[in-house]
Design a protein around this ligand. Structure first.
Ligand SMILES: [Mg+2]
Length: 364
């Protein structure tokens, strides 16, 4: 089976609310959808520009333009394509993820299977958290109440700018939502090692499940020290890129868990390579997101269904968009459900695709 065509669709959709974290805030979400075709069957993937991998809509389009000719006409051997592209484009993991996810959607549709089925997974709902950005205490509590009322059973609270205020915010949310709702926090590198240790002890009293990346990405020793002294599990995120960094984190016991993000590791192929490392060391993970839209979120759900190593899902960035271009991914009873359609389980709405398409030069 050959890949006949690759196309890119840069898309801009307003966020339904401003989202602020320790490293910045944004109003509009840009995404690049990647469409790959074989005969009359199409697969859809999704690349998300982001500050972590330092990819922009322009850099993603440039990468896709550069590889278009070699992809078109190549065999649909996804791992082979991934190995070649990741070796030659190590700084474009999000662009690579768009291609990779699109190819899995295509393969599933060709085989008449859902992507997780190809890997022996079974369909079920996946509990996702809803993230609360950094905001004043009363707004934090209001958002927590709203999300719990909408059915979310897990909340992720962004922290990292003010230690005492953060502890108060988390305590207020715990009081508001009660003990049945799971809470975890993400400091996005906002604290020193000492602050992080203090924070973790306080959060343990509030039944917080874990803390994400409390210290700077480059401070591996610091992260390890926090992990050793913390009374709650510590998850590596910004420092955790791909299967090679997973190996380092696991073998040196730098963190208790890792956050797998498809945009950082080059899509599903990269994620499964990480899962292999986690299996070897018996380390658990969360699947996270970085502003991506429905195709990549659906890929994250498919990923969860193929391994028991992923214990948590933070697959909520599509909820922050004011509109959807794809249908098929449903949120019900606190969980994300795939539609049962082949591939990733999603379907593009052409009128919406047209509406949000950015008019840029050099689009492939
Ligand atoms: Mg994080």
């Amino acid at each position: 089976m050959k890949i006949d065509r690759l196309r890119a669709y840069p898309i801009a959709i307003d966020r339904s609310e401003v989202f602020k974290i320790a490293t910045g805030s944004s109003l509009t979400a840009e995404n690049v959808y990647v469409k790959v075709e074989s005969g009359d069957i199409s697969g859809w993937g999704n690349s998300s520009p982001n500050s972590v991998t330092e990819e922009t809509t322009e850099s993603i389009l440039k990468m896709l333009r550069g590889v278009q000719n070699e992809i078109q006409g190549a065999d649909l051997e996804i791992e082979e394509r991934w190995d070649e592209l990741s070796r030659r484009h190590p700084h474009d993991p999000s662009a690579l993820a768009g291609i990779d996810i699109g190819l899995y959607d295509l393969q599933g549709k060709i085989e008449g299977k859902q992507v997780f089925e190809i890997y022996g997974g079974k369909n079920r709902g996946v509990v996702t958290d809803r993230t609360i950005g950094i905001m004043p205490l009363s707004d934090t509590v209001e958002h927590a109440r709203e999300y719990v009322d909408k059915g979310f059973t897990a909340l992720k609270i962004k922290i990292g700018l003010d230690l005492l205020e953060d502890i108060k915010r988390v305590a207020a949310v715990r009081e508001e939502v009660g003990g049945d709702i799971r809470i975890w926090v993400d400091a996005n590198q906002g604290y020193s090692v000492e602050e992080s240790i203090t924070l973790c002890h306080k959060l343990a009293d509030l039944d917080v499940a874990f803390v994400e990346q409390p210290v700077k990405e480059e401070d591996l020793e610091g992260l390890k020290k926090v992990t050793e002294e913390s009374s709650i599990p510590v998850m590596a995120d910004e420092v955790m890129k791909d299967h090679e960094t997973a190996e380092k984190i696991c073998s040196q016991e730098i963190a208790d868990m890792v956050n797998i993000k498809l945009m950082k590791c080059g899509g599903l192929t990269g994620a499964w390579k990480i899962v292999d490392v986690l299996e070897e060391y018996g380390v658990d993970a969360m699947v996270g997101c970085m502003g991506e839209d429905v195709p990549a979120i659906a890929a994250g759900v498919n990923l969860c269904l193929t391994t028991d190593r992923i214990k948590y899902a933070d697959l909520d960035s599509h909820f922050m968009l004011s509109d959807m271009v794809f249908e098929g991914l449903e949120f019900r009873d606190g969980k994300l459900w795939l539609s049962g359609k082949t591939g990733l389980g999603i379907k593009v709405m052409e009128d919406k695709l047209e509406r949000y398409h950015m008019d840029l030069e050099g689009v492939v």
